[in-house]
Design a protein around this ligand. Structure first.
Ligand code: HEC
Ligand code: HEC
Ligand code: HEC
Ligand code: HEC
Ligand code: HEC
Length: 412
């Protein structure tokens, strides 16, 4: 894969304006965010097209786009968001790759990781300065929401997929209708000139801007990110269960996913049984609205060990759940063994040796398997010294994310 692995992703990034444009074509509205009164129940068509947060000038605090500023009045959302991956999207593993690519190509990555006009690099100097700033501040915001802290003075890009990325355009706030209310359009309020309530915030399509690649970039028929499409094909879309239902229950902003063991357990059902001379583990995807896992980045290892009465391992088995792709003069899919929604898979330990007394099953998750390979490959090449420090940090952080999802044994 080497240095060029990211090039197709950068091309996809340029094409992404299109994803924004195709958002809910049926409800295309003439309305633009410049109008102070907004009556329609849909986001402006260009919501994700070169988004810019600043605009109408409110009082000082309400004109501050930092997440710490929103936290002064929206503490609950901030307290959940600060532990989410969205808060860490301007990461060492991302930015450490930019010196090799240049700031313009870096901006093509920021369209998902920090997309506001206020977050993009203006020139090579911005990129150069960010390397030291990020090394000193791997977390790009103040956890305590202290507006006077040094972190709160960092450029907004350090806050990654911050509040304003999803909620603010030209000073105007956009959000779901008030709890328990169906009223949409521009609502008066006590701060930042009220807000525009739209049901688009309750729909999966809102997440597509960054979690779905266009079909034109498919590898073996499927784009590298195909989450919205997988969801549309599943029973969850027919039942009206949106991304938000599972990832923002009760509107909470934690956005948990493959990095959270409880979240992953909540989506799967395991059954272990003995059938004659076989030990069988079955795994069913019961509450995951897309492939498990949806991305090419995680790897899930299923392992079995057959032990004798003394606990000595006599036989072992291993399976992998992954969508594996490789870059070699174009992307190729090597294998796709992921579990689709409602799919069951059995893992069978067969031909058991006559001395076997028990069979142990383990399921281990490596959430960042793909990136770990990318980081190792980058570290074996020429890297700008600060970029090397950032990538080394990304690799050691990624190693800490591995965990055991399931473990059980059955007597034979
Ligand atoms: C000075 C306090 C204050 C600050 C600062 C503030 N807000 Fe608000 N916000 C409010 C109030 C008050 C409401 C109105 C609640 C209502 O009328 O139901 C509101 C409403 C909202 C809503 C709509 C909620 C809904 O029910 O859909 C969103 C979204 C929002 N704010 C986002 C933000 C973001 C993002 C920031 C930071 C960039 C921010 N706010 C900064 C006070 C504030
Ligand atoms: C502006 C782009 C953007 C939007 C919009 C967006 N996301 Fe994300 N999301 C990201 C990025 C980038 C990451 C990865 C952050 C990182 O780790 O660097 C991410 C990570 C996640 C994760 C964490 C997965 C894990 O690795 O554990 C979940 C879950 C998630 N997003 C859900 C959602 C949902 C649900 C929505 C819609 C309500 C949404 N996102 C909207 C960009 C976005
Ligand atoms: C279409 C939106 C999108 C674009 C464009 C994009 N990413 Fe991401 N990126 C994501 C999402 C979503 C995740 C989290 C899920 C995953 O692990 O794939 C992520 C995760 C990552 C991660 C691992 C988590 C972290 O932040 O350390 C790295 C590194 C990364 N991206 C680098 C890049 C680079 C480099 C580019 C540009 C070549 C890029 N991304 C472009 C959406 C995007
Ligand atoms: C990835 C996009 C995304 C980010 C980032 C994000 N939000 Fe939200 N926010 C949403 C969505 C989607 C909803 C509506 C969820 C629903 O209706 O199920 C929402 C709802 C809200 C509401 C209404 C909550 C309620 O209980 O009625 C407020 C207020 C809010 N967000 C503020 C914030 C603040 C403050 C931040 C930053 C700390 C933030 N949001 C970050 C997408 C986002
Ligand atoms: C029925 C519940 C459910 C729905 C609906 C759902 N998810 Fe998930 N999602 C999960 C669970 C559980 C996980 C953890 C297991 C996994 O990683 O697949 C997860 C994981 C993720 C991840 C982590 C990365 C990965 O490779 O798995 C992302 C990103 C994500 N979801 C985004 C979305 C988006 C975007 C939507 C809407 C198009 C969505 N999810 C709809 C339950 C759901």
């Amino acid at each position: 894969m080497k240095k060029t692995w990211w090039m197709p992703i950068a091309i996809v990034a340029i094409g992404l304006g299109l994803v924004g444009l195709s958002m809910d074509e049926s409800s295309v509205q003439e309305a633009t965010i410049q109008k102070t009164v907004f009556h329609e129940d849909s986001l402006p068509l260009d919501y994700w097209d070169k988004p810019q947060a600043m605009g109408k000038v409110h009082a000082g605090l309400e004109n501050n786009m930092r997440p710490e500023a929103c936290a002064q009045c929206h503490q609950e959302q901030f307290n959940a968001w600060r532990d989410s991956k969205h808060a860490m999207a301007y990461s060492p593993g991302l930015v450490g790759q930019f010196p090799n690519m240049g700031h313009a190509a870096g901006n093509d990555c920021l369209v998902c990781h920090a997309p506001l006009a206020e977050q993009l690099y203006r020139d090579a100097g911005d990129l150069d300065a960010t390397l030291s700033t990020l090394l000193e501040n791997p977390e790009g915001f103040s956890r305590a929401a202290d507006l006077d802290s040094t972190k709160s003075q960092l450029p907004l890009r350090h806050a990654g997929v911050t509040c304003a990325v999803c909620h603010v355009r030209q000073g105007q706030r956009f959000g779901p209708p008030r709890r328990g209310s169906d009223v949409v359009g521009h609502l008066q309020g006590d701060a930042h000139g009220g807000f525009v309530a739209t049901k688009d915030f309750e729909k999966s399509q809102l997440c597509a801007a960054c979690h779905q690649f266009p079909q034109a970039y498919a590898i073996n028929g499927k784009p590298l990110e195909n989450t919205l499409f997988e969801w549309k094909k599943s029973r969850f879309s027919r039942e009206g269960v949106q991304c938000q239902s599972c990832h923002m229950p009760d509107r909470k902003h934690a956005f948990k996913g493959i990095h959270d063991v409880d979240m992953v357990r909540s989506g799967l059902e395991f059954k272990l049984k003995k059938q004659g001379k076989l030990a069988i583990l079955s795994m069913t995807s019961v509450h995951i609205g897309h492939a498990f896992p949806t991305y090419v980045t995680p790897k899930i290892w299923v392992k079995a060990e057959a032990l004798d009465a003394q606990g000595k391992v006599l036989q072992h088995w291993q399976w992998v759940i992954v969508r594996e792709v490789a870059y070699d003069d174009g992307w190729k899919e090597i294998q796709d063994t992921r579990l689709m929604p409602d799919e069951s898979r059995v893992f069978v330990a067969d031909d058991l040796n006559e001395h076997v007394k028990s069979v142990h099953f383990y399921v281990d998750v490596v959430p960042d398997a793909f990136y770990k390979d990318v980081y190792r490959s980058l570290l074996s090449d020429d890297l700008q010294p600060k970029a090397r420090l950032l990538i080394a940090k990304a690799l050691s952080d990624a190693d800490k994310n591995d965990y055991r999802l399931y473990e059980n044994e059955i007597k034979i």
